[in-house]
Design a protein around this ligand. Structure first.
Ligand code: LMR
Length: 330
């Protein structure tokens, strides 16, 4: 009898561990703050699709868009605590962890997304991916969104038009300085709060890409959008360092390849999504697009670029020069 009970216990443990193995895939929670239909949203879903197709039953990826699980500041903390495993904040949101990434926020530094792409793929750009590893953030890839436009309830044609207005900004000191240089009042605010802030008049304006403006309906709360292309919103996809380093040897390269493939996928789509959303905004008739002349563009550039001086010591001249050089196609 005792033997029979012992045998049953052994079998039960065996069955339980067998079940446990089959039912316990590695779970990757991927949290972000934008909509599924944006470049980042689509990239995250493609990463999920590839990982689950290539590692069936071994790894599952749960994607949480739209600040559903965590908003801006919270997701940075949640990653360190292991509550999520991957996030993809905009490069403006790493200010607290490294000053080097401030290079991406400097206004009018990059001519377009191709220049940014060249810089990111170069040695300095690649080195930046591992620059926060010891702080718990392992950079996996850069994902593009696009160039920023400036919106308000009055037409912004000259830099002076922004004077005295309150603008929502991402938590970046460069962006703070950029708006201060215009005589405007910048206010750091989480992405999820922007629509309401625009609607209630807590802020007068904001800067963002066409895809973020469209998907968050900012254009419905703003009478004008000036096509300034004055800066960029791009992302660093980061994983919790401990989690990433601890992935099993047979799993890690497959997840890495899925990330590389999702990166190519998302980065190819980004420009098209932004152009499509620009068209949708125009077609909605809810806002007026202000197109700037060459002279007006130059005036914005002149008003904003003096901030370079202030940030160059922290960013480093080498990084700044490399970023500038990326404007010339090789
Ligand atoms: C913002 O806060 O405006 C953007 O960084 C949101 C995003 O992730 O694109």
């Amino acid at each position: 009898m005792r033997y029979a009970i012992a045998m049953m216990a052994v079998l039960a443990v065996g069955a339980a561990s067998g079940v446990a193995q089959a039912a316990d895939p590695i779970k990757i929670k991927f949290s972000h703050v934008v909509a599924d239909a944006t470049p980042k949203g689509k990239g995250a879903l493609e990463f999920k699709r590839l990982v689950e197709q290539r590692l069936p039953g071994k790894v599952v990826v749960e994607v949480y868009p739209n600040s559903q699980l965590f908003g801006d500041a919270k997701e940075m903390e949640a990653l360190l605590l292991g509550d999520v495993q991957i996030i993809a904040p905009s490069l403006s949101k790493f200010d607290k962890f490294t000053k080097k990434l401030q290079v991406f926020d400097l206004p009018f530094l990059f001519d377009d997304i191709s220049a940014i792409d060249r810089f990111q793929k170069g040695k300095m750009g690649q080195d930046l991916l591992s620059s926060m590893k010891s702080k718990g953030y392992t950079g996996l890839a850069y994902w593009h969104n696009g160039m920023k436009q400036l919106s308000a309830n009055k037409p912004l044609r000259a830099p002076e038009d922004a004077k005295g207005l309150k603008f929502r900004i991402q938590p970046s000191d460069v962006l703070l300085a950029q708006f201060q240089a215009l005589g405007a009042n910048p206010q750091k605010m989480a992405f999820a709060e922007v629509y309401q802030a625009l609607q209630t008049g807590t802020v007068d304006g904001q800067e963002n890409t066409w895809s973020n403006i469209y998907s968050q309906k900012f254009h419905e709360a703003q009478k004008y959008i000036s096509e300034t292309n004055h800066g960029v919103i791009d992302y660093m996809v980061v994983a919790n360092t401990k989690f990433w380093d601890g992935l099993p040897k047979d799993v890690k390269p497959v997840v890495e390849k899925a990330m590389a493939d999702a990166t190519v996928f998302a980065n190819k789509l980004a420009e098209d999504i932004n152009q499509q959303d620009k068209k949708r905004i125009i077609d909605s008739g809810k806002t007026e697009i202000v197109t700037l002349t060459k002279e007006q563009q130059l005036a914005w550039r002149k008003a904003m670029t003096p901030v370079y001086q202030k940030f160059e010591p922290d960013i480093g001249k080498d990084l700044l020069d490399a970023a500038l050089a990326s404007n010339k196609a090789s």
